[in-house]
Design a protein around this ligand. Structure first.
Ligand code: ATP
Length: 489
């Protein structure tokens, strides 16, 4: 990316962050105390949008697939869980400080950014060889050589501009805390760094109680916590965030086929939510995590470049096997079709609700000039929009508010609405544009005569006249998840 483009893109992110705060989507956590780094709160429209995103994920997993069921596991888990999963020993990121600026970075992120620069400049081979060199060194845990790579590639600190790097150290990302009143080592527990382990330890409970047959999936939405070394880019990288994960248990040997199926299914899902195909790309992992035999990221072109939104991992039988070893409880499935016992292999789809939120917001944000006037609006898919319709009486008198209230009563059980009668109609339209409300329904004097209203469409600003009796079906048609689901099957 050229320098000028980059600063334009950074300004775009700044605008989106400011918009999110000003219009009730996302606030810095405990802001009156100057905030807490990498922790954010969702405001009135943010929580609606996030809930809609979680709901569309949940339903597309558990409703559209007969063989996927959900659970809701606790955040706290037996500490041995994290020994068995490998998180105690290897959930680390390589941390490096610049001696001049005293700023801290993740060495792998610095190298990935350099590779992205090569790629943007058209030097794909150089980008690839840099990433594979990094993959090899990380795998071998050769941090001295990783530091040399930083220096040889002239990767400098964005603040000081120097390559005066400290040694690279491993940093474990798990938060720990104590349970009970005696603070000895045996009472140390962790805040889960991923939701997946809650699914693995419940694999047999779910398989037996819901009478599932392989292949089947378990879906879960819940909080996860990571003590990220560098927390920048708004809600892209948080220390407390929410994951939506689905583990799909398959017969050993069939996992790579399922891996491909799930990668395709998930990309299609993002497109169905309104993300343009050209803004999405697949990135196959050079460096595989200790549990995986194939992995890719689905990346979105954020204002700060292509970054991961979702991970698809073929996790082999690593987790169940390891839990079997540590718990000494068999984690096997009897497959009646082939008359065999085995530990299933697992394909995981893992997406952060907050990253999905950020992608949705970035994709929806439009700031354009129309006829010499600046117009900002959020073009959310109507099924995802926080508010579906605003009911707006043209004036506060002549019985118009009463008529508008009748419409609210008729629609409020099925749609999230806003009723507003203050300020000019133009100003009220603008306010709805800024929070992405797809429809504004104006009640005027003609409404009292013939029971029709005007409905204004957010993206085109066009208005049409419609009988009140048709509003419910119009909104249902536009705002139903069905529009998204139809594209998935
Ligand atoms: P990264 O390389 O960006 O640190 P990761 O590869 O460690 O991410 P996973 O462990 O695969 O991420 O997590 C799955 C998903 O959870 C990610 O695709 C992302 O959407 C979300 N996620 C992970 N870490 C965070 C975080 N700190 N803040 C917000 N979302 C996150």
């Amino acid at each position: 990316m050229a320098k000028k483009d980059q600063s334009q893109e950074n300004n775009l992110l700044k605008d989106i962050i400011a918009h999110a705060k000003e219009y009730g989507f996302v606030y810095p956590s405990s802001e009156i105390y100057d905030g807490l780094q990498a922790v954010y709160d969702y405001g009135p429209y943010g929580v609606e949008l996030k809930n809609n995103l979680k709901k569309v994920w949940w339903e597309s997993m558990t409703r559209l697939h007969e063989n996927i069921v959900g659970i809701d596991a606790a955040i706290f888990m037996h500490p041995t869980t994290w020994k068995a999963s490998g998180h105690v020993d290897s959930f680390n990121d390589p941390m490096v400080d610049n001696k001049d600026s005293k700023k801290r970075y993740r060495a792998d992120v610095l190298i990935e950014e350099k590779a992205a620069q090569y790629e943007n400049a058209g030097d794909i081979d150089r980008a690839k060889s840099l990433l594979s060199a990094m993959g090899r060194l990380m795998e071998a845990e050769d941090f001295a050589a990783l530091r040399d790579l930083l220096i040889n590639e002239e990767i400098s600190c964005p603040v000081s501009g120097t390559t005066n790097w400290t040694e690279i150290r491993q940093f474990n990302l798990m938060f720990s805390t104590q349970v009970g009143s005696v603070a000895d080592e045996s009472s140390t527990i962790y805040l889960r760094p991923e939701t997946a382990q809650g699914i693995f330890v419940n694999f047999l409970n779910v398989q037996k109680t819901a009478r599932m047959k392989v292949p089947f999936g378990i879906a879960q939405i819940g909080k996860a916590f990571r003590n990220e070394i560098v927390a920048r880019q708004f809600i892209f990288r948080m220390r407390e965030f929410e994951q939506m994960e689905m583990q799909y248990f398959v017969r050993p040997g069939s996992e790579l086929e399922w891996y491909k199926t799930w990668a395709d299914t998930r990309i299609k899902w993002h497109e169905a939510l309104g993300i343009p195909a050209e803004k999405l790309r697949r990135h196959d992992h050079e460096k595989l995590a200790h549990y995986a035999n194939a992995a890719l990221d689905i990346e979105y072109e954020f204002p700060f470049g292509y970054k991961e939104v979702e991970g698809i991992h073929s996790r082999t039988d690593f987790d169940l096997k390891s839990h079997q070893e540590y718990s000494k409880k068999k984690q096997q499935y009897f497959d009646p079709e082939i008359n065999q016992n085995y530990i299933p292999y697992v394909i995981e789809t893992s997406i952060g609700a907050d990253r999905l939120f950020l992608m949705t917001l970035c994709n929806a944000y439009v700031d354009e000039e129309v006829d010499g006037k600046q117009r900002t609006y959020l073009k959310f898919h109507p099924a995802l929009a926080p508010v579906k319709a605003a009911i707006l009486p043209l004036t506060k008198k002549d019985g118009l508010p009463e008529k508008a209230r009748e419409i609210v009563e008729a629609l409020k059980y099925d749609f999230n609405l806003i009723y507003e009668d203050a300020a000019s109609i133009g100003k009220r339209y603008t306010r709805q544009d800024l929070i992405g409300t797809p429809f504004c329904i104006a009640v005027d004097h003609q409404t009292l005569e013939d029971n029709t209203v005007t409905i204004r469409h957010r993206d085109t600003t066009e208005q049409e006249r419609l009988p009140i009796a048709e509003l419910h079906s119009r909104l249902s048609e536009a705002c139903s998840f069905r529009n998204i689901f139809k594209q998935l099957v």
